[in-house]
Design a protein. Structure first.
Ligand code: ZN
Length: 60
């Protein structure tokens, strides 16, 4: 199984004309600037999943 991460904007020119590239997994091509790039999943961040628990009930 493969989960695709689809970019919404080209990281180079910001255009939305993106199409899956032929270079393989995670490859995308921008139709606006003709750049090909590849997304790579680096891993999960250790931070961010846990919320700071204040232990208090903040009301307003
Ligand atoms: Zn582009």
């Amino acid at each position: 199984m493969s989960e695709r991460a689809a970019p919404f904007h080209c990281p180079y020119c910001g255009d939305e004309d993106l199409r899956p590239g032929e270079q393989g997994h995670g490859a995308w091509e921008c139709g606006a600037c003709n750049r090909a790039f590849q997304l790579k999943f680096l891993g999960l961040l250790a931070r961010g999943l846990k919320r700071a628990d204040n232990g208090g009930d903040d009301r307003t």
